[in-house]
Design a protein around this ligand. Structure first.
Ligand SMILES: Nc1ncnc2c1ncn2[C@@H]1O[C@H](COP(=O)(O)OP(=O)(O)OP(=O)(O)O)[C@@H](O)[C@H]1O
Length: 240
């Protein structure tokens, strides 16, 4: 279970978010630009410290302002996948993948290298450098690198946003497969309902720094509360 309760003021923006999400599978953070999605993800990762609140993942408390707990990012065991893969350009795919793995103590490793490369279909790319990969392949390697740190949780901040429709369709089944395979929660930021429908079991809708709705993709995307102001353009919420 992911338990999150955050209060934070940044400039004129007030973030006041609380939700619970399943301890496995994909939970989507959904909302328009500026809703606070990346802020929430950065606070889970420990990159931004909330003014107050509590963030716990499957019993491990990452942050609790009342108890004075604030684990540094490297102690949180969080795998983070960004919009653009951010692979190390001078390292081979193999070295990119083993980078985080080698920094994880052997007794905390629960993810197997061969299993991950097979799950993500990247076994044939190991000797290549990132410059020789397609956008979809880069993102699959970035996901593999994050997963090979054996994280307690995976954060994915719009990991498909830089890909065209065909590449997105190529990567989605891999994310789906790995989320079903590993027993950790995946917090997945997106403003694409189709992506969320394909991947998520649970959706938390954010707007203006607060939670406006929560539930299954089916429930949420047929919910009239979400039909505005996103009823037109690329963010359109359509019935399943
Ligand atoms: N360091 C900061 N100081 C002041 N305001 C900030 C800071 N960081 C973020 N904000 C503001 O917080 C709000 C939420 O930003 P955030 O990036 O979390 O939104 P988002 O939902 O992830 O948006 P997007 O989908 O565009 O990435 C925005 O209004 C942003 O300008």
């Amino acid at each position: 279970m992911l338990n999150l309760q955050i209060h934070h003021t940044q400039g004129r923006f007030i973030l006041d978010v609380a939700f619970e999400a399943p301890g496995t599978g994909v939970t989507a953070l959904f909302g328009p630009s500026g809703a606070g999605k990346t802020s929430v993800v950065n606070m889970v990762a420990g990159l931004v410290r909330p003014d107050s609140g509590r963030i716990c993942v499957n019993g491990l408390c990452l942050f609790d302002s009342k108890l004075g707990i604030d684990l540094p990012p490297e102690k949180r065991r969080i795998g983070y996948v960004f919009q653009e893969g951010r692979l190390f350009p001078h390292l081979s795919v193999h070295s990119n993948l083993t980078y985080g793995m080698r920094r994880t103590p052997a007794d905390l490793r629960f993810v197997d290298f061969d299993e991950v490369t097979s799950l993500l279909g990247i076994g044939h790319l190991l000797t290549r450098r990132p410059a020789g990969l397609s956008g979809g392949e880069k993102q699959r390697v970035a996901i593999g690198r994050a997963l090979l740190t054996s994280p307690a949780m995976l954060l994915m901040d719009e990991p498909l946003a830089s890909l065209d429709t065909a590449r997105k369709a190529e990567v989605i089944p891999y994310i789906k497969k790995l989320a079903a395979h590993v027993s950790i929660p995946v917090l997945y930021v997106s403003h694409a309902p189709d992506e969320i429908r394909a991947l998520a079991a649970h959706v938390v809708a954010l707007e203006n720094g607060g939670v406006t709705a929560e539930g299954s993709p089916k429930d949420l995307f047929s919910d009239e509360r979400l039909s505005s102001p996103w009823s037109t353009g690329p963010m359109a919420v359509t019935s399943p």
